[in-house]
Write a protein that binds this ligand. Structure first.
Ligand SMILES: Cc1cc2nc3c(=O)[nH]c(=O)nc-3n(C[C@H](O)[C@H](O)[C@H](O)COP(=O)(O)OP(=O)(O)OC[C@H]3O[C@@H](n4cnc5c(N)ncnc54)[C@H](O)[C@@H]3O)c2cc1C
Length: 448
């Protein structure tokens, strides 16, 4: 059997990221992936007629300045990016309004927002650390007087953290993500202005990461589910699949906590890292969820290249989000046709409740008819969907920054973790990319 320096479980952003970076430093690695195709949660589906449809939004926060872009650069890959989202529009009293009109800020509100943004732009690690246990509502109580600015911040935070309740959103994560967007933004005071999609769908990014990995000599085995990981400090880790048992000095579990718990026994881990083993099962359901639908229409429903958000909706308990992918990328649908994702972040309990889902999606469809009167006549296809575990570990107080599960347990040398449930800030894919870079660095440091 081939001998590997490191075996990585999972071929998503985190798995390819760690694998590619280690291969670049001369390690011999193997990635085991249970699905027949790689990419993890980042998939693009091809529909007849030239449609390329991502699952959900799959928009990369900060686009070409993102952690995903940094990881690609470290893997010596570049991808073409879509046009950027120019900002956000909000639905109010039957109309779509640009942010300044929607916020309708007074001069003193303006000053308050400018001060808040100056503070966020400058927030350092110590301030973020202190805010990681604080809720967004608490931060608002401490720092914001204007109800309009409070609502604006909650809307942006919901888009960025995929959580809907400001009591459950960590202020540290909001300030970290928003602050970075402000620092990198080419446009003043527009936190969503650098969001982009890989041209051709999210698969473009995943193909580049997969190519970097294999071109650097890495071995990828798809259709290979890992059933069990056996660890014993000081000995190579055993990785058991149906066909084979592998052994390697370094094992990287590059999958979410809810998958990890199925292959790594917490009873066994409690012998080496008891506090960690006790905490992990409590985090299994601490994630985000979404429900909604993607539609293809033979004419655009709207033409403004903005992220649309409808926050205060009658009869619907969730804030609706709309992204018209074709406004940013001409390569994913026939000319003048539109792909739009229409949906909302929700709790795992809401997404798992069939009756709630049906009621909510029916309400969304009615609203969409009011918002875009041509939707029915121009509709070519619609795919309903829901997903629990969109964005990895939730971004609640006490779960972000240094409170996130670590990429490495000192008690168990050779065992590592990477992905959007572990150390690494940022929105979904950026969290996974950051985590991969942190994990690879830790591995290389331990070997030096
Ligand atoms: C519908 C949807 C919309 C999203 N929209 C956005 C967005 O707009 N912006 C954003 O930033 N993020 C978004 N995300 C989140 C983003 O997709 C994830 O944060 C990111 O892909 C996580 O990457 P990862 O490598 O950590 O994990 P994953 O992509 O989950 O990779 C883990 C891999 O491990 C494999 N695996 C699991 N168990 C085993 C096993 N036993 N043996 C072998 N392999 C195994 C899985 O098959 C998978 O390929 C969205 C996610 C979803 C689902």
């Amino acid at each position: 059997m081939d001998r590997y320096d490191a075996i990585i479980i999972g071929a998503g952003i985190a798995g390819f990221g760690v694998g590619g970076l280690l291969q670049g430093k001369g390690l011999k690695t193997l990635i085991l992936e249970k699905s027949k195709t790689s990419g993890g949660r980042c998939k693009t589906f091809h529909l007849p007629g030239g449609w390329k449809v991502d699952s959900g939004t799959h928009a990369v926060d900060l686009g070409k300045y993102s952690a995903c872009a940094t990881l690609l650069k470290r893997l010596e890959k570049e991808i073409p990016w879509s046009r950027n989202i120019e900002g956000a529009m909000l639905y109010d009293e039957g109309q779509w309004k640009l942010l300044p009109e929607y916020l309708n800020l007074t001069t003193s509100d303006d000053r308050e927002l400018a001060d808040l943004e100056t503070w966020m732009r400058a927030a350092d690690e110590a301030e973020l650390d202190a805010l990681d246990r604080v809720s967004l509502n608490e931060l608002i109580r401490r720092k914001i007087a204007s109800p309009r600015i409070a609502e604006f911040l909650k809307t942006i935070a919901m888009c960025q953290t995929t959580l809907t309740d400001a009591d459950h959103i960590s202020a540290g994560e909001v300030v970290a993500i928003y602050g970075e967007a402000l620092r990198l933004s080419e446009k003043e005071a527009e936190p969503l202005a650098q969001v982009r999609m890989p041209l051709g769908g999210i698969a473009t990014m995943m193909q580049a990461m997969a190519a970097a990995y294999t071109e650097r000599g890495g071995t990828l085995l798809t259709g290979t589910s890992v059933r069990r990981v056996n660890v014993q400090p000081g000995k190579p880790t055993e990785i058991v699949t149906d066909a084979e048992t592998y052994r390697a000095p370094i094992a990287v579990i590059a999958m979410p906590i809810w998958n990890m718990l199925k292959i790594l026994s917490m009873d066994e881990m409690a012998r080496y890292a008891p506090a960690w083993a006790e905490r992990m099962p409590t985090l299994e359901r601490e994630t985000s969820a979404s429900m909604g639908f993607t539609i293809g229409t033979k004419a655009p429903l709207f033409t403004t290249p903005y992220y649309l958000s409808a926050w205060r909706l009658p009869n619907v308990g969730l804030p609706l989000q709309i992204l018209g992918h074709t406004l940013f990328d001409d390569t994913i649908a026939p000319a003048n046709h539109m792909i739009a994702f229409i949906g909302a972040c929700c709790t795992p309990a809401q997404a798992s409740d069939k009756a709630f889902r049906e009621k909510t999606l029916a309400a969304f469809r009615e609203l969409v008819k009011q918002m875009f009167p041509n939707v029915e006549q121009d509709l070519l296809w619609r795919q309903d969907g829901f997903y629990v575990g969109i964005d990895g570990l939730g971004r609640s107080p006490g779960m972000t920054g240094r409170y996130r599960p670590p990429v490495h347990l000192p008690e168990v040398p050779g065992l590592y973790f990477a992905g959007d449930c572990y150390t690494g800030r940022g929105v979904g894919m950026n969290a996974a990319a950051n985590s991969a870079m942190i994990c690879a660095e830790e591995i290389l440091k331990a070997r030096a």
